[in-house]
Design a protein around this ligand. Structure first.
Ligand code: C2O
Ligand code: CU
Ligand code: CU
Length: 502
């Protein structure tokens, strides 16, 4: 066992001394033929995964990260709906990992190279060969060119590592970034844009006293995996306690929970309300007024915050008791020609009568005799077992996510967008023993800010969460999983097949 290094206590640091980094927007360097039609040429980006150093705080020495080019989060890719792009994900990482690999976990056995990476574009309607299947990893010196057709509505996607068995470590190391899709509906709304539209990528980390990333280990050196990771340092766009100078006007913040396991519950110290205008897969039908927003790992919130009544104030973004960042509002009221329309984008409900199949899928935690979790499973199945979820292309299905654990699990399906039907309390012991769902409460509709297109849903403990999904876009092999990365890495992920009609 390596000794536990002395850890940094973020509460000893000065707050709001660093400006919030504004993520760079990537530029494509060339055009290359589309794999679908060589006459069409698509913007081509090369993203090199590299070991870099970056300062997370004025008073912390540079931290080693794995980023894209020279940053973590990597540069933002911006494109338009229907405008395909090609991205070369090049693994230029060193050959040794700096975080603790658990070789007892599927896909991370000692015969596998320590450093492997495969990038998935979360929320993309991408062909299977470009989806970043967890077993399609590349070693240092290799790369993969992926095609993203982007035939989907405007929204905020994000790219991140998805390597089988070490995904949690590669993401903590820094392999993540933002991908924005825009479209004419969004254009027509006159939302705050340009320097008044800012992605905020929020995640928690742990640092040692030398300013290096620390990832915890279990007490057993043969199985260092821990069931969850919660850091005490919350970074926004890669900085700890940043501040942002804002004008006294409306802003649009594209917020991503990029944490491995932490749920964020964000509010403003001014007590002011703000509006959520979009969720994972795009705009909501209408703005939802909130005084806090709950984001599970990988969920996104498209927020409008109006500072016009707060000129001269300093407003802190809080995550419950934690301090996240600060807004410094300019003294003078600014001119603001943007709008917050009362109607955004219709979200036609998928009718339950369209569903041709309903699957009941349990979320299970397996504990050892000391009640320590040793693995997490979807419907009792391991990654390597034969595919059991095989919806037909273009069919609609209802998935009942039956949570038999004590925790909330953010469940994500690749390729598709879906709607939440409801959540309903049930009797877990009766289900475990009899295999029958006995409901003990009435169905609870999704929260107003969840009532749009989603790709990740909180499956809360003691509840059956029902989602309705149209499996459209491509046939082929994808995955669905819990987005708590420690769970996903330890079996809470399954392959699924979208099956083309024969
Ligand atoms: Cu955010 Cu399977 O991924
Ligand atoms: Cu995904
Ligand atoms: Cu989970």
């Amino acid at each position: 066992m390596p000794p536990v290094r002395p850890l940094l206590n973020p509460n000893t640091l000065a707050q709001f001394v660093d400006p919030l980094p504004i993520l760079d927007v990537a530029r494509s360097t060339e055009f290359r033929p589309s794999p679908l039609d060589p006459a069409v040429r698509l913007p081509y980006y090369r993203f090199a995964m590299r070991q870099i150093e970056s300062k997370v705080h004025r008073d912390i020495k540079p931290t080693r990260f794995w980023g894209f080019g020279s940053s973590s989060p990597g540069p933002t890719i911006e494109t338009r709906s229907g405008q395909g792009v090609l991205v070369e994900w090049a693994n230029e990482l060193p050959t040794a990992h700096f975080l603790p690999i658990d070789h007892s976990i599927h896909g991370a056995e000692s015969d596998k190279p320590d450093v492997r990476a495969v990038i998935h574009l979360h929320g993309a309607k991408a062909p299977p060969e470009s989806d970043g299947y967890p077993e399609n990893w590349s070693v240092p010196g290799k790369s993969a060119v992926y095609h993203y057709p982007n035939n989907q509505d405007a929204t905020m996607l994000w790219y991140h590592d998805h390597t089988l068995g070490i995904n949690r470590l590669n993401v903590v190391a820094g392999l993540l970034g933002v991908f924005l899709v825009r479209d004419p509906v969004e254009d027509s709304l006159n939302l705050p844009s340009g320097k008044h539209e800012i992605p905020l990528v929020i995640y928690d980390r742990m640092f040692d006293e030398q300013g290096q990333l620390y990832y915890p280990v279990s007490g057993d050196p043969r199985t260092p995996w821990v069931p969850e990771f919660f850091g005490d340092a919350i970074l926004v766009n890669g900085k700890l306690f940043p501040h942002l100078e804002v004008e006294a006007r409306r802003y649009r913040f594209r917020v991503l929970n990029g944490a491995n396991g932490r749920f964020f519950h964000l509010s403003l110290s001014s007590g002011q309300t703000f509006h959520q205008i979009g969720t994972d897969q795009g705009l909501l039908p209408a703005p939802v007024s909130l005084d806090h927003v709950l984001l599970a790992p990988s969920e996104r919130a498209d927020l409008i915050v109006d500072f016009s009544d707060h000129a001269g104030e300093q407003i802190v973004v809080k995550n419950d008791a934690f301090t996240v960042m600060q807004f410094r509002v300019a003294r003078n009221k600014a001119k603001d020609t943007s709008s917050l329309p009362s109607a955004l984008r219709p979200v036609p409900r998928i009718s339950e009568s369209e569903a041709t199949n309903t699957r009941t899928l349990s979320l299970v935690e397996i504990d050892d005799r000391a009640q320590r979790p040793i693995t997490m499973l979807l419907n009792g199945a391991h990654w390597k077992m034969p595919v059991t979820e095989n919806p037909a292309l273009n069919s609609v299905e209802i998935w009942n996510l039956v949570n038999l654990t004590d925790d909330s699990h953010p469940i994500h399906l690749h390729l598709v967008r879906f709607q939440i039907l409801d959540r309903r309390r049930f009797e877990p012991f009766f289900y475990k023993n009899e295999g029958v769902l006995k409901y003990t409460g009435a169905p609870v509709p999704p929260d107003p800010n969840e009532a749009g297109w989603k790709d990740t849903v909180r499956a809360d403990p003691g509840m059956v969460t029902r989602i309705i999904v149209r499996f459209e876009g491509f046939a082929g092999r994808y995955v669905w999983h819990c987005h708590i990365l420690e769970h996903e890495d330890n079996e809470m992920m399954r392959p699924y097949d979208v099956v083309a009609a024969r």
